[in-house]
Design a protein around this ligand. Sequence first.
Ligand code: V47
Length: 392
Amino acid sequence: MPTIDSALTDVVAKVEAGERLGAEDGLRLYRSRDIFTIGRLANHVREHLHGRVAFYNINRHIPYTNICVLRCRFCSFYRPAPAKGAAPPAGAYALRVEDMVARAAEAYACGATEVHIVGGLHPTLPFEYYIDLCRGIREACPRMHIKAFTAIEIIHFTRISRPRRSIAEMLEALREAGLGSLPGGGAEIFDDRVHDEAFRNKVGEQGWFDVHRVAHEMGLFTNATMLYGHVEGPEERITHLLKLRAHQDVSLRERRAHFNCVVPLSFIPDGSALAHMPGPTGLDDLKTLAIVRLMFDNVPHVKAFWVMHSPKLAQVSLNWGVDDLDGTVVHYDITKREGGGTTHQELTVERLKRMILEAGCVPVERDTLYRRIVRDGDDWAVAAENERRNRE
Ligand code: V47
C-alpha cells in the first residue's frame, strides 16, 4: 500500500541495510515530498538506537548577557555594546555573578540537573567573570551539571584572558572551576557564502571545530547544532552535516569524548535583521529533523529543541527520528516563539511526559550526558544501570 517516491528507493535500501548515506542521498531526501517514507526511515533508525524511549531533562537556560560586540543578521537577542561612557541600549543586561548563581540555585532547589549558560560576547566582562560564574554555581549547586559557553564564547575568552590562554588552557581552567560540557551553539552553517551573508565577523568553521576538537581530546562532551532556514539551501545544510559527521568519526576513533547529540535549530526571523524572511515551514522542520537522524550514523541523539520548533512540532518529530526534547527550560531569551511573546518559555515535567506518551513513546528523564535519572521525592540519582554500563 505505501507507495515510495521512486527517487528514494536506493536510500531506503541503504537505510535498511544499515549503510551510511552520502551527500547525494541527503539531497534526494530533501528534494522528495514523500514525508511519510522519510519519517518511516528516520523512525526505523531511531527505534534501532533507542526503541520507544524519548528523553527529556529538568534544566534551566540562563543567559548572562545579551550585550554583544558582534551584529549577526540572524540574531534578535543581541544588544550592541555601548560606546565608552554611553548608557547601555534599552533592554541590555549583564548579570552579576551573584545573580547568576542565585538563579542557578533556584533551579537546583526545584530539581534541575542541568544549567545551560550562554551569552553575547561582552566587551568588558573580564575572563575571571566566567571562572567565578562556574565556581559559584559549582559551590552552590554541587551536583548540577554546568553546560555552558558556545565555541565562539570560548574563543572570545581566550582573546580577553591575560596572559592570553590557548583553547586547551581555557577549557581546562573552566573545567577546573566546574564546567561539565559545551552546548552546540554557534555552528550555524559551515559555508563561506552563508557565513558572509548572515554571520560575518563571527568565528567561522575552523574556530568552531578547533574548540570542539580540543574539548573532545580533553574528554569534555559537546553537542552540535545547525541553524537552518535562512540564507542557506539544502546543499549547504547537507555539507554542514557531513562536516560534523566527519569530525565525529575522528572523535570516536581518536579522542576521549564526542558529540552527544545534534540539535537542528529552526530559524526564527522575528526581530532580526532577516525579519523579512519567512523562516522554515513545519514540513521543512520535520524533514530536516528526520534527515539529520538519517545522515548521522555516529551520533546517538537528535534533539528537537521545542522552544524553536514549538512543542507541537517537537512532539510530532518523536516519530520522525527525534529521541530528545531538551527540557523544562523555564526562560529563554535568544529567540521567542513566532509572533513574539515573553522570555518565560517553560514546559513542566507533566507536559513533557504527556507530549511523549501521546506520541506513543516512553518518557525517560536523563542528565546532560544521557544517563537515566531516578527520583525519590525531592532527591534524584543517576540510575545504577548506567553507572554499571559506564564502568564496563
Ligand atoms: O548559537 C540564534 C541560534 C543558538 C536564532 O547544545 C537562533 O543542547 C533560531 O545552541 N532563530 C543558541 N535560532 C541555542 C543553542 C542550543 C539550544 C538548545 C540546546 C542546545 C544544546 C543548544 O541559537 C545560537 C544560534 O545558532 N539562534 N538566533 C534565531 N533567530
